[in-house]
Design a binder for this molecule. Structure first.
Ligand SMILES: [Zn+2]
Length: 213
């Protein structure tokens, strides 16, 4: 499904995360990997070339976001990026909850540990990495200041926030992360699960902070 110019969403089938493809270059999260063939079919169906993906960026280490890494890596040889704080988990499978999702972990070569404030550029977009710990230690959001787009992983959904009761989770950190997001001007929210959101995003963040505090 086309979300914006050169941004497509291939939505989470079952427990899989949403998968976003930007400029046919940057893939945000890879889902569980169980419906990989179907997702590849959908990418091709949208007129895109999956083999041209250059970067696989994981918003955090949970298996429902990284399970397809090895499959996309094999097809594309793209580089895998994620926060420096979730990198080890993504490489080793530790704290990814792959058993909970009923899958065997397959390791992929990890390429780049991201730090707060780094910029990831594609043909038409420039995303800033914002470290937003809380759901996991290494949860990150990506913000496009010119286009006012936030890709939020499991930090923020269209009507709720990510859980903080799993390993690496911390509610106080999540509140502080939401306060960071509150300062941004956001017109389009692309979360890790569920629907995208177009209006009232700053109001949503405010309500979530009030709810948690
Ligand atoms: Zn998660």
């Amino acid at each position: 499904m086309k979300i914006a110019d050169n941004i497509f969403m291939f939505d989470g089938i079952g427990n899989s995360s949403n998968i976003y493809l930007i400029d046919n270059q940057l893939l945000i999260d890879t889902g569980l990997g169980v419906s990989f063939e179907k997702i590849i079919g959908n990418i091709k169906g949208a007129g895109l070339q999956p083999e041209n993906i250059k970067i696989i960026l994981n918003t955090h280490c949970h298996y429902d976001h990284i399970g397809g890494n090895h499959l996309f890596k094999k097809l594309t040889n793209a580089e895998i990026y994620a926060s420096e704080f979730d990198a080890e988990n993504i490489e080793t499978g530790k704290n990814t909850f792959c058993e909970f999702f009923g899958n065997n972990f397959v390791s992929s070569q990890f390429n780049r540990k991201l730090k707060d404030g780094e910029i990831i550029k594609t043909e038409n977009y420039s995303f800033k990495i914002i470290c937003t710990p809380g759901h996991t230690k290494g949860s990150i959001c990506l913000y496009e200041s010119e286009k006012k787009i936030l890709i939020s992983g499991d930090t923020l959904f269209s009507d709720s926030v990510g859980r903080t009761d799993l390993s690496g989770g911390n509610e106080i950190e999540l509140i502080n992360s939401l306060k960071k997001l509150q300062k941004l001007d956001i017109e389009l929210l692309l979360p890790g699960h569920g629907n995208i959101k177009k209006d009232g995003i700053n109001e949503l963040i405010k309500n979530m902070i009030n709810f948690l505090e």
